[in-house]
Design a protein around this ligand. Structure first.
Ligand SMILES: Cc1cc2nc3c(=O)[nH]c(=O)nc-3n(C[C@H](O)[C@H](O)[C@H](O)COP(=O)(O)OP(=O)(O)OC[C@H]3O[C@@H](n4cnc5c(N)ncnc54)[C@H](O)[C@@H]3O)c2cc1C
Length: 255
């Protein structure tokens, strides 16, 4: 009946074997963590299912939280690591609310003004590379970054590290990621950081990806278990670089 009301035809649909209903309860929890209670997935954020990203964002919550919970339970988490679950993921939830609200509005925009806005935005997708890249980044979540509060942090800090090929192995960075340790990426030409492996830190040599401008001056990077950049260094003096790395690694491992 509803389909006929909307489309003028029921397209031959008969005798459904399963029906479900959903509403538009756009809600975001104010805190993702309170003490021993953590929220993830639809328990933290619910929205109209536009864009088809709800489950994916929930998976990413779990991915962000999992290694932090494990590190806390195993006793190697830095101070406040578990709280970064909220500071990392809550802004992503806010963006999700904004994005799904905007899409919901466009879906139901049947006024002449609403239809004009939808047509205009639809045309912008193929015509503006920047606009379509923005939408693609948002929908795929490849644009998700957890920026540092430190103003001196390198711009790649918090972004998802690229899957750089590693030297001395057939593998790439993503294959080297482990839930229970950081990866120290040594991008110096002479492997200046190769001796710095320790418990919870694996060291891999690599080469900066020339197609990624932001990585051009990076000589070393500490990669979190979930593939995001915890810290990046540009120091050109190897001795100073090693000292800077040691200081950050010590803090990251709560030592
Ligand atoms: C029509 C529709 C289309 C969608 N399409 C997409 C899509 O294309 N892509 C996408 O990424 N997402 C999509 N989503 C969103 C996605 O379905 C949800 O974001 C996702 O299922 C949430 O997973 P969750 O594990 O957080 O919660 P849920 O899937 O709701 O799981 C919670 C579970 O907890 C159980 N439970 C509740 N209370 C208790 C209790 N007291 N004790 C024990 N168990 C309990 C429930 O029975 C349920 O099994 C869509 C949603 C809808 C409604």
């Amino acid at each position: 009946r509803k389909v006929i009301d909307i489309a003028g035809d029921d397209f031959g649909m008969r005798d459904p074997s399963w029906l479900s209903r959903f509403g538009n309860a756009t809600r975001l929890a104010t805190h993702y963590r309170r003490g021993r209670v953590v929220l993830a997935g639809d328990a933290a954020h619910q929205h109209y299912p536009t864009g088809g990203v709800g489950m994916n964002v929930g998976f990413q919550d779990a991915f962000n939280l999992g290694w932090k919970l494990a590190a806390t339970i195993d006793g190697w988490a830095s101070d406040g690591l578990l709280d970064t679950y909220h500071s990392d993921r809550y802004p992503v939830g806010e963006q999700l609310m904004e994005h799904s609200r905007a899409q919901t509005y466009l879906f139901h925009a049947f006024t002449p003004e609403g239809l004009a806005l939808r047509d205009l935005l639809s045309r912008m997708v193929p015509e503006s590379r920047e606009f379509s890249d923005f939408l693609a980044g948002r929908l795929t979540a490849l644009d998700v970054a957890y920026p540092s509060t430190d103003p001196t942090a390198h711009p790649v800090t918090g972004t998802r590290a690229p899957d750089l090929p590693l030297t001395g192995t057939e593998g790439t960075l993503f294959a080297a990621l482990r839930a229970d340790s950081y990866v120290l990426l040594d991008l110096t030409a002479d492997g200046a950081l190769s001796g710095r492996a320790q418990e919870r830190i694996t060291v891999h040599g690599g080469a900066p990806d020339p197609s990624r401008d932001a990585w051009e001056d990076v000589r070393a990077a500490l990669i979190r278990p979930d593939g995001h950049v915890a810290w990046a260094w540009t120091e050109e003096d190897d001795t100073k670089l090693a000292a800077q790395v040691d200081a950050v690694v010590t803090t990251a491992l709560g030592r």
